[in-house]
Design a protein around this ligand. Sequence first.
Ligand SMILES: Cc1ncc(COP(=O)(O)O)c(C=O)c1O
Length: 365
Amino acid sequence: MNAFALPYEDLSRSNAFLWEEWERVFRQMLQKGQFVLGEALADFEQAFARYCGAKWAIGVNSGLDALTLALKVLNLPPQSEVLLPAHTFIATVFSVLQAGLKPVLVEPEADTMLVSRRTLEAAQTPQTRAIVIVHLYGQMPEMPSIMALARQKGWWVLEDAAQAHGARYLGQSAGSWGDLAAFSFYPAKNLGALGDGGGITTQSAEWAEKLQKARNYGSLVKYYHDEPGLNSRLDALQAAFLSVKLPYLDQINAHKHHLAQLYHSHLREDFILPAVLPHSQPVYHIFSIRHPAREALREYLLRQGIQTAIHYPLPVFRQKALAGRWNPAHYPLTAQICQTQLSLPIAYFHTEDDILRVIEIMNRF
Ligand SMILES: Cc1ncc(COP(=O)(O)O)c(C=O)c1O
């Protein structure tokens, strides 16, 4: 019988400190009776744009739609090539396909598991028109050199910041580096809602207006439609809940950062820890390590009551949905990461003692 039991995440506990405020806001929203668009959404959009250092934020219904709509607003010729990491969540690839563009996979760097200027240059073709930079696990890659390359080549830059609310590079926030950035407010994210949600940030007023239309039947004025569009609005209720959580985001990120430092300081050397770039301030949405005996380690931890996760068990180029598009032999590093990667507990509800216990048990593996 194992006394110690540590779930990887438990949103009822991670969110417990917000329940009272959320209940109050929920009552206010019931009283107001406006559940689509309106003040609650506009207020959150303004606050989130300000938080990211962007001029505009547009709330949509998921991170996937945020990526897709951001790519569509670029108005690239059909099948233009878009570089994106081979090691990412499937949404990054699907968004490129849904925007009618051609995804070109880029192997990451071995230490950070992120793409770099070097790996982007190696994968570019004369048809490259845009790049999607994924701040995977909550860390931004070397943005200045990537932006310089993109500007030199004339590529658009979309940040996939779904895992990186509040991450910084050289003190500048995710969501303010690229031409556009896409966020997810999926409940488990550092800034998670109570259901699906997403958002796009940009400095461009013209794109902001196009995106406001694109998510709302091509309309800014009710029943007047300038172009065909989707129904992909961030719910007013979710926006209201997110406005409550946003002022605590730095506190959430700081707690996760503290837990990450414990892993960095105390885990034995044979666990391959995520490299942190000198000017990067990650937010540790996920604490991602690697170990050659990942399955044995995972089972050992589970026997000790510790739940872990894998991000991701099957690379995008091996997914049935994308079969035949790429030769898996071209992405050996991504394949190896997927076989050895393990995500350690780092939820907001985890305490220092929880993590020290995980470390002690891991160091006995
Ligand atoms: C890197 C990345 N991109 C995109 C998404 C898609 O976000 P959503 O689940 O809100 O569609 C996620 C999260 O799920 C993600 O982790």
